[in-house]
Design a protein. Structure first.
Length: 239
């Protein structure tokens, strides 16, 4: 499949205000770095970047990044290499992409990259017994060549019963890749219905110890008993 291409421009050095002006002008600031090249500050048209992110493979795919020459403003020449998106920074409120990091790679060297885990089917423990499916891990890290990055790894969960769980070790690696995530990591599990959980919790609660208050009569008797020795001593003194 033909790799998508992004065209970027070199970005002059600047602080937060400069980056903010770029965003207001329809650009996303970013940086490109790699083993054999120094970091290059760039800016990309937001529309083209979003179009690429929404396409097949999205942010996990391989991209050809071309950086145009600076138009005679300096000695920098045009530059084109395959890259991977290393990090996307988004606005915490609006969710817009505010910065992007690219990693320039060599097509013949293995890389490690995370791909989505897609669960297929509906667990029998949910469908028939009313259990709850909890999905914990949504990505898994693999080792592969940049030209063989799979879109996702799939797992059929239709046979899971209440109490069953899926671990990373049970996944089948896509062709040409090796899973390097912790094999004991829990991807998903089927839990008992909430009603059963509440009943079990109620049974586990022990009856609290009841502390009874002393009756006034008992308190009075105790007080009298404490005074009896004093009364006897008073009689002896009178004699």
């Amino acid at each position: 499949m033909e790799r998508p291409q992004l065209i970027a421009q070199r970005r002059p050095a600047g602080g937060h205000r400069h980056a903010q002006r770029l965003r207001q002008g329809g650009f996303v600031p970013g940086v490109v770095y790699g083993k054999t090249s120094e970091a290059i500050s760039v800016m990309l048209p937001r529309k083209e970047l979003l179009k690429m992110l929404h396409a097949r493979h999205g942010e996990h795919g391989l991209v050809n990044l071309r950086i145009d020459a600076d138009g005679g403003k300096g000695s920098a020449k045009s530059w084109e290499k395959p890259v991977l998106i290393k990090q996307l920074q988004r606005d915490p409120v609006a969710g817009d992409v505010v910065h992007i990091d690219f990693h320039a790679i060599t097509l013949t060297e293995h890389i490690r990259i995370k791909i989505p885990i897609v669960l297929q089917g509906e667990p029998v423990g949910v469908k028939q017994d009313g259990g709850l499916l909890e999905h914990f891990l949504r990505e898994v890290e693999i080792d592969c060549l940049p030209t063989e990055i799979p879109k996702q790894v799939e797992f059929d969960i239709s046979q899971l019963k209440i109490g069953d769980a899926v671990h990373v070790r049970e996944l089948t690696p896509p062709a040409g890749s090796k899973i390097v995530s912790d094999p004991e990591g829990v991807i998903a599990s089927v839990l008992a219905p909430k009603a059963e959980k509440l009943e079990e919790a109620a049974e586990a609660v022990t009856e609290p110890e009841v502390i009874r208050e002393k009756k006034p009569e008992a308190e009075g008797e105790a007080a009298l008993e404490g005074k009896k020795p004093e009364a006897k001593e008073a009689k002896k003194e009178e004699k």
